[in-house]
Design a protein around this ligand. Structure first.
Ligand SMILES: [Zn+2]
Length: 414
């Protein structure tokens, strides 16, 4: 994911089709770097991609013609002081994608621009128990319409939705979402009908959180990281050797269902003693004498100084968080473990205990390089990851996915 390299065009013997493929690959590589860097000079692009200056010049010119980047003289450059390399910037108004984070008690939708960052966002608080597919779809329709009203949101190309669920990556079919109480729901297909014309991606929230943190947060420039997300349930996303690791069908990372206390309570998955029953939202709430359904309020509460009995109860939970992390460290040998959602609040309130729990379980060799961190994406790793997962697809072939729409489509969306 981090390794973006250019490709040289074949020589005179190469076919036109092969040359076109190389050009498309290189356009993708240039725009991916510009999207992630925000701004970069032509000479830095030349160096990073290992392509000639004239090739970079032609590729940037094509992206300017597509309307997705602009070029400027660097700030402070003086006339006559040599020829400073032009700075290439994403044209932020060129296109947006929509991202949604669907939780048991809240839905958040944002419009995320080329170059990164949210132009607008809207949130709905849910009450009355876990929402059905129809209720989530209805909320999404309202929130998306509200986000699209923002004058800065231009040409929207897709919708990425994060769910606390085991999601089939090929079509967004939800196999199991214990905390939403969904089993075998064709959610991706429902979204395609609801939002015709938008490219739809549905994925597990922790997998998207890992992607968000890898590209924009505490895992930037880290090729081996785990992102562990806590909400009502617990899940993890893995980036290993610079690539998202999701398993054969997209179901990897259900770490909340590692059995850590075989004599513990029965989990929502039906098995006794899952890690989630020790450190999931309801368990943290119970330990602190807090109502079980109020995860958002609990997260807010953990950010303030706690009275002594709550501090001691949280220390127990924090050690259980650390022990689970320690097991994952033994299995995957990451450089960074990033804690997000409610687990980030536990970590920030009781980092020494989380660290002690991890050290009690992880092997010395695996501990040598590992670092614990709270998530750093703004505003939220999962939402950023949902947006970036769409940009990853769109940036694979910018000439096809970002070409200006035909005049009729412009009229239709005006
Ligand atoms: Zn379980």
């Amino acid at each position: 994911m981090t390794g973006t390299t250019g490709r040289r065009a074949p020589g005179r013997s190469g076919s036109g089709a092969a040359q076109d493929e190389v050009r498309r690959h290189n356009l993708s590589a240039v725009l991916t770097i510009v999207h992630r860097a925000g701004s970069i000079t032509r000479s830095e692009l030349t160096e990073r991609l290992g392509l000639s200056r004239s090739t970079i010049k032609a590729l940037v010119a094509e992206l300017v013609a597509l309307g997705v980047v602009t070029e400027t003289r660097p700030a402070g450059a003086r006339a006559g002081a040599g020829r400073p390399s032009l700075v290439v910037l994403p044209h932020e108004a060129a296109a947006h994608v929509l991202a949604a984070d669907v939780g048991v008690d809240r839905i958040l939708v944002g419009a995320y621009r080329l170059g990164g960052g949210f132009t607008a966002s809207r949130e709905a608080q849910l009450s009355g128990g876990p929402p059905t597919v129809a209720q989530v779809t209805s909320h999404l329709r309202v929130l998306v319409a509200a986000v699209l009203e923002h004058p800065g949101v231009s040409r929207v190309l897709g919708l990425g939705v994060a769910l606390p669920a085991i999601v089939r990556s090929s079509d967004g079919f939800v196999r199991f979402a214990p905390n939403l109480r969904w089993v075998d729901e064709p959610f991706g297909a429902v979204l395609e009908q609801t939002f015709p014309g938008l490219r739809i991606v549905v994925a597990n929230d922790s997998d998207l959180g890992a992607l968000g943190e890898h590209l924009r947060g505490a895992g930037r420039d880290v090729d081996d990281l785990l992102y562990v997300h806590g909400d009502v349930g617990i899940g993890a996303g893995f980036v290993l050797a610079g690539r998202s690791v999701n398993g054969v069908a997209g179901y990897a990372g259900e770490v909340g269902h590692m059995v850590t206390r075989p004599d513990g309570p029965v989990c929502r998955c039906g098995v006794r003693g899952c890690w989630e029953t020790e450190v999931g939202g309801p368990a943290v709430a119970a330990a602190l004498g807090w109502p079980a359904g109020a995860v958002q309020e609990l997260a807010q509460h953990l950010r303030s100084p706690l009275p002594r009995p709550e501090r001691q109860a949280l220390a127990e939970v924090a050690r259980a968080v650390g022990r689970g992390v320690g097991t994952l460290v033994n299995i995957l040998n990451p450089r960074t473990v990033i804690l997000g959602g409610l687990l980030q609040c536990v970590y920030e309130a009781a980092s020494e205990e989380v660290d002690a729990g991890m050290r009690a379980v992880a092997l010395r060799a695996c501990l040598e390089e590992v670092r614990l961190a709270g998530a750093a994406c703004d505003p939220d790793a999962v939402l950023v990851g949902a947006a970036e997962s769409l940009w990853l697809r769109l940036l694979e072939d910018p000439a096809a996915s970002l070409a200006p729409p035909p005049a009729t489509e412009q009229l239709a969306t005006a």
